[in-house]
Write a protein that binds this ligand. Structure first.
Ligand code: PLP
Length: 396
């Protein structure tokens, strides 16, 4: 190994470990359902994004297996050579139907979808107005585009309008985009899309909504853009197939010309192998389930409301979430980590999230209830929160 690299790694890893910021990964020894096994221990799982429980759904497993029997385990090539199987086309038709748009393009992940789509339409002559709490993949996609990045204060519409005015009137930029998460994953709040769309109309901004945590959850399952009835107003509806949909992948839904363009310009579409057929078949099935019935969606919201109510009644600060995402804000970073560790020992898996993922002094244990949790599991989790909360002096 290069001496320089070795020194770099040792120094930086040492520093992280000293500061208690080195993340140790616990492998899950089985399916990522409402109860998981970690280090041989069964735990109530409040940390997955498997909102509707579809990641472990029996019907979807069957669809994936059948597709593997028919097509094999891999797609064999990138989409533009001959990795586009007929089921990829079907998937994209299904996505357009799901999102209420003319067309859609799918990618291998939500992360690479943001890298692909933002840099596919924006370039160094453009500017991007980006909510300061946007997801890392949006930030990286913006950077990759080489457009000027102008952050606006989180969901602050006066700040956005002011910056949109300055950017468009400056004459410095060709195109200007506004980009936001649909649902913000650390707090569970929903973007102010009606106002964003209004500002976008006023200044002719391109609108881009990353609804990774909204699809399957908000808008009766159809997402945050649908929740506000703005399917015709948002230019790029981006989402992931890995959270509520339960499998893997990302997509953009929008007008036909936008999708046609991304199919010739989005680099991961051109240079990275297509999503495997088993996954594609499971995704199509999952989207159909979400469109056919709100049963899982309703169960998810019931469970979210139940958990929130339980924690709030105990005196925990659960923030201002408008979705099932339930942060339990503890504040101090060390105490937050200790809290999560004690929950683990008592049988609840809920990860601590601290600076730099969230602002200093707002450390939290984030809870992700799903449709697959039973009331008994949630009661157990709430009782454990009470025990640990009292023990550590977080509640009285
Ligand atoms: C999780 C997430 C992504 C990445 O999606 P993957 O499919 O997991 O790569 C992108 N944007 C947001 C807002 C997310 O929460």
């Amino acid at each position: 190994m290069s001496k320089k690299l070795d020194a770099f790694l040792n120094e930086n890893l040492g520093e992280l470990k000293e500061q208690g910021l080195y993340n140790e990964i616990d492998p899950v020894e089985g399916p990522n359902g409402p109860v998981i096994k970690v280090r041989g221990k069964d735990l109530i799982n409040l940390s997955s994004n498997n909102y509707l429980g579809l990641a472990t759904n029996e019907e979807l497993k069957k669809l994936a297996k059948d597709a593997i029997d028919k097509y094999g385990v891999g797609a064999g090539a990138v989409r533009t050579i001959n990795g586009t199987l007929d089921i990829h086309v079907k998937l994209e038709e299904k996505l357009a139907e799901f999102k209420g748009t003319e067309a859609a393009i799918s990618f291998q992940s939500g992360f690479n979808c943001n890298m692909a789509a933002i840099s596919g339409v924006m370039d160094k002559n453009d500017a991007i107005l980006s909510d300061q709490l946007n997801h890392a993949s949006i930030i990286d996609g913006c950077r990759l585009s080489r457009a000027k990045i102008i952050a606006f204060k989180h969901s602050d519409m006066d700040d956005l309008r002011q910056k949109a005015k300055e950017a468009t009137e400056s004459g410095l930029y060709n195109k200007v985009m506004v980009i936001t998460d649909g649902v913000f994953s650390m707090d569970g709040d929903i973007a102010k899309l009606p106002e964003i769309v209004e500002i976008a109309k006023e200044f002719d901004l391109i609108t881009y909504v990353d609804d990774a945590h909204g699809s399957g959850v908000t808008g009766k399952g159809k997402g945050t853009v649908k929740h506000f009835g703005l399917e015709k107003e948002v230019d790029l509806q981006m989402g992931t197939l890995s959270k509520a949909v339960g499998v893997v992948g990302g997509y953009v839904a929008g007008k036909q010309n936008l999708i046609d363009w991304l199919k010739v310009r989005a680099r991961p579409f051109l240079f990275s192998t297509a999503v495997p057929p088993g996954d594609v078949a499971a995704i199509i099935g999952a989207l159909q389930m979400i469109m056919d019935s709100t049963e899982l969606h309703d169960k998810l919201w019931d469970n979210g409301d139940y958990l929130k109510k339980g924690l709030k009644e105990l005196g925990f600060n659960i923030g201002e979430s408008e979705t099932p995402i339930t942060p339990c804000i503890i504040g101090d970073e060390k105490l937050t980590q200790q809290f999560s560790k004690r929950l683990f020992e008592e049988g609840v898996y809920a990860k601590s999230i601290v600076f730099p993922t969230v602002p200093k002094g707002t450390g939290r244990v984030r809870n992700m209830p799903t449709a697959a949790h039973t009331k008994e599991m949630l009661d157990d989790a709430i009782a454990t929160y009470e025990k640990v909360g009292k023990e550590l002096g977080v509640i009285n």
